[in-house]
Every structure is written in C-alpha cells, then in structure tokens.
Design a protein around this ligand. Sequence first.
Ligand code: ATP
Length: 360
Amino acid sequence: MTELELRDLRKTYAARGRPAVDAVRGIDLALRSGELLGLLGPSGCGKSTTLRMIAGLESVTGGDILVGGSSVIARPAQQRNIGVAFENYALYPPLTVAENLAFGLKARKRAARGDVDRKVREIADRVDLTPLLDARPTGLSSGQKQRVSLARALIREPDVLLLDEPLSHLDAAQRDTTRRELKRIQRDLGHTTILVTHDQEEALSLADRIAVMKDGVIQQLGTPYEIYDSPANVFVADFVGEPAINLLPGTATDDGHARLSDSARLALPVPVAVGRKVVVGIRPEDLTLTGEDDGIAARVVAHEPLLESGIATLALDGVERPLVVLTDPEVRLAHDDRVHVTADPDLTHVFDAETGDSLR
Ligand SMILES: Nc1ncnc2c1ncn2[C@@H]1O[C@H](COP(=O)(O)OP(=O)(O)OP(=O)(O)O)[C@@H](O)[C@H]1O
C-alpha cells in the first residue's frame, strides 16, 4: 500500500476586507503504509482544512503532500486517488445504496457495467451492506449511512483513506459497533488512513498514532498510550482523558514538592527549581482515597456513585480548583465528609505554569 507524507503544510485563508486566518501553520506528518492516524483537536484547530487539502478540495498555501513518495499537490481531486468518507455522508437520496456506490466509481472513470456491478457487490459484502443494496439512504440508520459513505470511499480502491468524524452522528450503541467494524475493515483492507475527529475516545480507540492539534499546529504526535501517559503540555493533558485530568497551580518547594496552598502539597515526579511556578497534573484514576491521616486533607463536595467506579469531587483546604477522584465501586461518600487523598509521584505530571510544557 501507500505512505502519506505532509511536509510543512500550510493554509492561510485570505479574503478581501477580512483579516487573514492562518488555519494550518506548518504540519509535518509521515504515515506508514496501512497506518491509521487520528488527527484530534477542538473545533477550529484546522483538522478539516488539513483533510480538505489532502483530498484536493482546498488549495495549499505552502508545503507539500506526498502519496507513495510523489507530490500530489498539482493534481486536482479526481486524480489523487484519495477516498473521503464525509461526516454528513454526502449520499444522493434519490439513488439506491447500490447506485450511490456505483456513482463513486463511474464519476471517476468510464467503467464497464459488469465491472461496476461486481465491484459494488464486493464492497457491499466487505462492509455488510448486501441486504441494503436496493434501499434508499433516507430509510437507513445513521450507522448504515456511515457504512455506505465508507463503502463509496473504498470502492475506488484509494491509495489513502480520509475519515471525517466517522462516528459523530451515531448513538452510543451504534458507535461501539461501527467503531469495531471500522477498525476491522481498515485492518483487512490495509488502507493508509487519516481519521479527523474532535472526540478523544474515537481517536484513542481507533488510531495507531494520534496527532493532537491546536491553532493549526500539532502539539504532540504519539501512540494513544504515549499521548495519555506522557502529555507534552497542559493542552494535550487537558484535552485527552475523561473525566479530565486535574490541573492544579502550585510553586516548587525545596523538598521536591509543589505547594498548592498552606496545607496542600504534592510530591513532584522530577526535580524542579525552587520557587518555579508549575501546574501539577493528576488523572482522577491516579488518586487514592485513604481515609487515614496520610495524604492531603479534603472535603467531599459531591460523589456520583456509578456502576464501575464513582466520581468524587473534593475541595482541598485553601485550593480554589476542585479535585476529581475516581473511586472504587463500593465506596460511599456523603457531602461534607472529611477524607484524605494521596497521589503516586510516578503518575503525577508537572508543567511549567507559563509555557504549559511538560517538565518531565
Ligand atoms: N473558507 C474559509 N474561510 C476563512 N476561514 C476559514 C475557512 N474555513 C475554515 N476557516 C477558519 O480556519 C480555521 C480552521 O478551521 P477548520 O474547519 O479547519 O477547523 P476544524 O478543526 O476542522 O474545526 P471543525 O471541527 O469545527 O470543522 C478556523 O479558524 C476557521 O474559522
């Protein structure tokens, strides 16, 4: 299959009478053949612009896009052999599923009728659409529409597959099934794939590697574990993880701690210059309630006992921000209970308060 490479890719939207928008500010990415890369970031970070530039639907301000080692920048969309499954499905309502799939093929090149029918049947079989070939899009569920959109992108046997928020319109149950199917199909067919999403769960569960993006810049590139376990900065730490990581401002002390308030201190994982302003990050699942006198004293603000684990919101003495802790299922807490909480320094993150960069 084919590698995809983005070299210093840039896009500035410039419209007369309006300030220019630097939507993508120099992206470098190299995808291995068959790799699924998640491009993850909040609304407006430049994900869709990047996807549209790769597909050839948007002009490029600077940089290059290479498919299989050759630049495709001068080629119009139809000549790039890149399949896109759009978020809104972009299906033609008057056409049947089979006709929607065939349309993708015919639009590209004049193909013999028999060939088209064969390819439609093959791809329908691959993505479990055979029973729906004569249905029209309006009668389909969101998950089924998503599969048609995917099949239409795949029927052209693209070198590169682009998935635009593939699960965002599905309900929770459909999302799980579709996610598993998507992964299976992508693995089976081995397409080099970029999945654009604002949903961290979608990226973490599907991607081989994730590029976290903000303001047109990639903040961190790594495996889901690397991104989750070693976030490069406060933005990545905060964006990835549910419930979100606790981020507490503090000052480094001379004995390897961060002072959060007169009574609250946390051990730091690495030496930090005394007096340096830091932000300490601890994920809710990396905190432990002790009930005894070790750790930091806290007051329970709220506790949501859920099935697999509970979520406790605590107030630390003198600390403005609440501390969220994942609790064991058997734990029962009431408002205003006094508890103690400890953190393992190995699982604690520390960031520079000014730059937000990790100090680990
Ligand atoms: N055609 C356009 N003209 C001017 N500015 C644009 C245009 N398209 C996008 N932008 C701006 O470029 C930036 C990046 O937008 P883009 O749609 O790529 O982000 P995104 O991460 O995909 O967000 P979303 O998930 O909301 O689509 C935003 O500030 C957006 O307002």
